[in-house]
Design a protein around this ligand. Structure first.
Ligand code: BV8
Length: 250
């Protein structure tokens, strides 16, 4: 039973699309119970602005505070489950031959839902690296120090995520731009479209003549430019989109 009436013209585009790129943001994890990046923070963290905490400056100034913020978020992520939005995207990857998922999220829920090729632009909260060497660290002595120390150089450990004013991962970013410039259908799902360079991707697709679809319960910085705007939660709209794709045997 379809709950969401997809515009007929979009259904036509879905049937003819050959190269599909999806960009996701924190909104696709909202129905897993994870607060979005710009949701008001709760409890102990309510007095902090995420954009100020997610910076090298904040970590240098107060490494314990930043480490504990990520430890708190890592626990939320570990306790969360992929929701129907993540699962539908994992299925779309299976049925659309040339499909690529680019995510701004650091929660690895796409991978836990079964997506094989998620391109992580902003890193992954489940990975830890040395602040000084940049190398991934999988085990360290639990001396009770917060943050823990790198077993190799004694430097501070940090989450393997991209902070504001930090350089993006080169390979993932170049691939995301190349895919966006060569797709014929681009979805922007669950993102406020304000963080760059990720927010440039749909414009890259538009500039090359792709059709851009936005899925979000609210309007965003992209809404005016999108060809189709499906207003609602990703966990409801994406399963319907998948059902439509299956109906037309894409
Ligand atoms: C860089 C990891 C250069 C950490 C994140 C001025 C203008 C333009 C750009 C800049 C500028 N000043 C600085 C910059 C660059 C800066 C930037 O863009 N700043 C912004 C704030 C203006 N960018 C950077 O610094 C990037 N690096 O540019 O490098 C450089 C080069 C060389 C050398 C040095 C530097 C790095 C950016 C990466 C930052 N890290 N995350 C962490 O998470 O702790 S970004 C952070 O925002 C999250 O990753 C998040 O994914 C991302 C985007 O947010 P959203 O995902 O969109 O989440 P948000 O809460 O905003 O929105 C949620 C949406 O979901 C809403 O629209 C809501 O309506 C919707 N929603 C809710 N429920 C649902 C839903 N949708 C669907 N279904 C639902 N159920």
């Amino acid at each position: 039973m379809l709950y969401v009436a997809l515009p007929p013209k979009l259904i036509e585009r879905l049937k003819s699309a050959r190269r599909v790129v999806v960009l996701t943001g924190a909104g696709v994890s909202a129905e897993s119970g994870l607060p979005t990046f710009r949701d008001a923070q709760t409890g102990l963290w309510s007095k902090f602005n995420p954009e100020e905490l997610a910076t090298p400056r904040a970590f240098r100034r107060n490494p314990r505070l930043v480490w504990e913020w990520y430890a708190y978020r890592r626990k939320l992520v570990a306790d969360a489950k992929p929701n129907p939005a993540h699962l539908a995207l994992a299925d779309m990857e299976k049925i659309i031959p040339d499909f690529h998922l680019v995510t701004q999220n650091i929660d690895a829920l796409h991978q836990r839902a079964g997506s094989q090729k998620a391109i992580e632009l902003h890193g992954n909260i489940t990975r830890t690296k040395c602040f000084d060497e940049g190398t991934i660290v999988t085990t360290w002595d639990d001396t009770g120090e917060v943050p823990p120390k790198c077993p190799n150089c004694g430097g501070l450990l940090r989450p393997d995520v991209v902070w504001f004013e930090e350089a993006m991962p080169e390979a993932e970013t170049a691939l995301a731009f190349r895919l966006s410039a060569n797709c014929d259908l681009f979805f922007s799902i669950g993102t406020s479209a304000v963080v760059y360079p990720a927010a440039s991707l749909p414009h890259e697709a538009l500039a090359r003549g792709a059709t851009v679809v936005e899925i979000n319960p609210e309007s965003t910085a992209l809404t005016q430019k999108a060809d189709f705007v499906l207003t609602g939660p990703a966990g409801v709209i994406l399963p319907e989109l998948l059902a439509t794709l299956r109906m037309f045997g894409t």
